[in-house]
Design a protein around this ligand. Structure first.
Ligand code: SUG
Length: 445
């Protein structure tokens, strides 16, 4: 039986913008109010998806959310027509308004945590949408995310969907960005590694001082329980609080794993050796390739600037691994020479492919943020909504759709324009038909 890892990338929405909403995420903060290009952003994302498809990978597409989020603005007391809600909110509560306009659902690494069937007690693939409680703009995502995931993985025999964790900072959960999985074969039992930023209930434990730790240990443990993971195959590792304070707001900004490879910065974890020992012990006989990058080779600030670890490590059909990196890595001489050297070393990683995803990078989202990984078998893939799987025709259909509906320039002031809301709704309405995901948006209900 064929088994592989599929990547489901988030399609960039028609109101992609830079609002500086993510305290602790350096790129988001420093690009606040920059003019965005939604059309280019969506096309950069589609080009990456198509390139992975062309490399022989299984590639899926997840729909973005509707923004501005009129429903939330109404819930917060703005009344009247949609036009009036936009006017009043942007005039009287600019910060709240901008949060309700965020592009952030495009980073599907934060959409959910996924455990493949090889790891779960009932042998189904389990999905729990992330509650994203740490940032108001992101906390608006989990309900619609849940509907989209159910429409894509729409088969009770193979897929199990949970409700997001309680919406409270004690259970702050950022999804797959703080979760990685090592395994020999994708369809077999692997080791699920949950990386958390702080302990919610025991505040005497180490925690960052400057920037927030978005993920708690208690949230990670709850996900492992919900997904029916066994203790022998689960490892909890604390992220180094000092790197969170240097702008590493998710673990996938400082470490990434694939099959028998864990690629990480020397400063990524708190109590690194104990974590690596436990991972190796639970992985079994076969040796894990622990690829550690030293601070001398790449300082943490360069890792944050270039997103060296927000790369995707993928296994190609040939069995060789490739790194999918943002062009920002290529443009930094220390990082590009590190990568050029890495592929000559004795590790499974043999190729580097660079992609321009700068429209996403400006908000702190690299190649790995843009994708949700789902390890699966051929039978499970056959149970997925096939309209969401990348192909020549899906690629050209989605490019046409972007050309028809997306603007190539968007400033923060444009977000209060009611015609943008209507444009965006008609685009999303058509998208739900292209992907055959039904009425997932509040405006369709
Ligand atoms: O949650 N940026 C996102 C970036 C998420 C990156 N994801 C991973 N590392 N997996 C965030 O900080 C910025 C939105 C703005 O400022 O307009 C934002 O939400």
């Amino acid at each position: 039986m064929k088994q592989f890892e599929a990547n489901f990338d988030g399609l960039v929405g028609p109101t992609h913008n830079y609002a500086g909403l993510s305290f602790g995420n350096v790129a988001s903060f420093s690009n606040a109010n920059a003019v965005s290009n939604p059309k280019e952003a969506a096309k950069q994302g589609l080009a990456k998806m198509k390139a992975l498809h062309d490399l022989g990978m299984v590639q899926g597409v997840l729909a973005p959310q509707e923004r501005p989020d009129i429903d939330t603005l109404k819930r917060l007391g703005f009344t009247g027509s949609d036009k009036r809600v936009l006017e009043q909110a942007s005039k009287h509560a600019q910060e709240v308004f901008l949060a309700c306009c965020s592009a952030s659902s495009m980073w599907t690494a934060n959409a959910a945590t996924v455990s493949p069937s090889g790891d779960t007690a009932d042998n189904k693939i389990h999905f729990t949408p992330a509650n994203l409680t740490n940032k108001f703009h992101r906390s608006l995502e989990p309900q619609v995310t849940g509907r989209i995931l159910k429409a894509v993985f729409n088969n009770d025999k193979h897929f199990s969907h949970h409700t997001h964790l309680p919406d409270n900072e004690h259970f702050g959960d950022e999804g797959a960005a703080n979760h990685t999985r090592l395994c020999s074969q994708y369809g077999e039992t692997g080791v699920e590694i949950f990386v958390y930023g702080r302990h919610a209930f025991d505040t005497s434990r180490p925690a960052p001082k400057k920037f927030p730790a978005r993920q708690t240990l208690e949230a990670s443990q709850a996900i492992a329980r919900l997904h029916g993971l066994s203790e022998e195959n689960t490892v909890y590792v604390q992220q180094n609080p000092d790197v969170i304070d240097q702008g590493v707001f998710h673990n996938d900004v400082i470490s990434v794993g694939n099959q028998n490879v864990l690629f990480y910065h020397e400063q990524a974890f708190h109590q690194t050796q104990a974590a690596l020992d436990e991972i190796q012990q639970k992985f079994g006989q076969e040796k894990v390739h622990f690829i550690q990058v030293s601070t001398d080779a790449v300082p943490v600030l360069d890792a944050v600037k270039t997103y060296l670890f927000n790369t995707q490590i993928i296994t190609l059909p040939s069995g060789e691994m490739a790194i999918i990196a943002p062009t920002n890595c290529e443009e930094n001489s220390a990082v590009s020479s590190y990568l050029a050297d890495l592929v000559t070393q004795n590790t499974p990683i043999k190729q580097v492919h660079y992609f321009d995803v700068k429209q996403s990078m400006k908000n702190g989202g690299g190649p790995a943020c843009l994708r949700l990984r789902v390890a699966m078998t051929e039978t499970e893939l056959a149970a997925v909504n096939q309209n969401t799987i990348m192909s020549e025709s899906v690629f050209s259909r989605l490019n046409q759709w972007v050309d028809t509906h997306y603007r190539d320039q968007l400033s923060i002031d444009d977000l209060r324009d009611p015609s943008l809301l209507y444009e965006s709704r008609s685009a999303l309405d058509e998208l739900t038909q292209i992907l055959a995901i039904g009425s997932v948006y509040p405006f369709q209900q």
